[in-house]
Design a protein around this ligand. Structure first.
Ligand SMILES: *Cc1c(COP(=O)(O)O)cnc(C)c1O
Ligand code: SF4
Length: 334
């Protein structure tokens, strides 16, 4: 592998967004899967649409309905079951948004819904029921939110989340960062994104420009759940971020029949470090309606996490956490 900074990819990421597969029949055809899966896929996608970019589909094994990447995006009949104890908004985020696009639950950091949509629709998503249409502020409304941040000097970090913040244009993101950098007590900018995983060419020169042009220290937290997601194109994008002195971390969700085994978790951590990212969090899934089939017993998660500690260098073991409504931080699980 060469050590020089790789060149900008030529394919346009916007083009890939537009071309994403949103038709269950097409997905099954492309992957040579049986049409017996179609009725359930169509029924479940009426509730939460199918959306998966083609560069991500290309990393799936053809003819395998249990492929771990496919399982994250294929709508299943299981989603139509009502499960007791699973809610639409388990984290009660919808009560915390007094200012446009703002989720302020933790003292030192705020989260901004910096884009109303994602490049991919993950079936396990805890925000699958989020009312994004009510959280798509115009610039004038953002100014109100930035004024709230400016008025609270406990806040030293601003997290761009979504949706997926990188689904927004580089121009808009540059504007937001310019505004945030004017707030003296904000030191850090953190971007939580799955876009460089599903469409690696999203990291353009313009992206690197707004990520590095301000005085803010910048952290990118990738969302990858499986080592098979981390192909050479993803590695190339992470390399570009690292070459721009950006800290790159990863958070994953522990998902039944996707990544709930020791081999997968160990290779995820190893592969992340190989490409230049550190494991940060391993989340237990939230109790979101229509996602119960991904859920894992907490005791099993703890046992798995302990086995990971015996096989991985300490810095390659992500923190096992869950989110509980009303808590002022994520809950560490032992
Ligand atoms: C997860 C989260 C954060 C960031 O928490 P860290 O533990 O610092 O990663 C901030 N705000 C909200 C609402 C969150 O859900
Ligand atoms: S990228 Fe994140 S926010 Fe978007 S659908 Fe997937 S899990 Fe949900």
């Amino acid at each position: 592998m060469s050590t020089s900074i790789p060149a900008t990819p030529l394919n346009s990421w916007q083009e890939e967004l537009i071309q994403a597969i949103d038709n269950p029949r097409e997905l099954l055809e492309v992957l040579h899967l049986p049409m017996t899966l179609l009725p359930a896929a169509e029924a479940a996608s009426n509730l939460f649409g199918l959306k998966v970019p083609r560069p991500f589909v290309e990393r799936m094994r053809k003819g395998d309905p249990n492929d771990p990447l496919l399982r994250q995006v294929l709508p299943l009949g299981d989603e139509l079951k009502e499960s007791e104890g699973y809610q639409v908004d388990p984290l009660q985020e919808q009560n915390t948004t007094a200012d446009p696009g703002l989720v302020h639950k933790y003292k030192s950091r705020v989260l901004l819904i910096a884009a109303p949509n994602c490049a991919i629709n993950c079936r396990y998503c805890f925000r699958r029921h989020f009312p994004y249409q009510d959280n798509n502020p115009a610039r004038a409304e953002w100014l109100q939110t930035f004024a709230t941040i400016a008025a609270d000097d406990n806040i030293n970090e601003v997290i761009l989340s979504g949706g997926d913040p990188l689904a927004n244009s580089d121009r808009q993101l540059q504007w937001m960062v310019d505004q945030l950098a004017q707030i003296a007590h904000v030191k850090r900018l953190r971007i939580h994104t799955r876009l460089p995983i599903v469409i690696p060419q999203r990291i353009t020169d313009a992206t690197l420009r707004w990520l590095t042009s301000s005085r803010l220290q910048t952290i990118v937290v990738l969302h990858s759940n499986h080592p098979a997601e981390l192909d050479d194109d993803v590695a190339n994008s992470v390399k570009r971020l690292r070459a721009a002195h950006i800290t790159v971390l990863n958070q994953a969700v522990l998902l039944k029949s996707v990544n709930d085994d020791l081999t997968t978790q160990v290779s995820l951590s190893e592969r992340l470090f190989d490409i230049g990212a550190l494991p940060y969090y391993l989340h237990l899934p939230d109790k979101v309606q229509a996602t119960a089939h991904f859920d894992i017993q907490q005791s099993e998660a703890i046992a798995l996490h302990q086995q990971m500690q015996s096989q991985l260098s300490g810095f390659l073991v992500p923190k096992l956490v869950k989110e509980e409504p009303g808590q002022s931080q994520k809950t560490l699980i032992f």
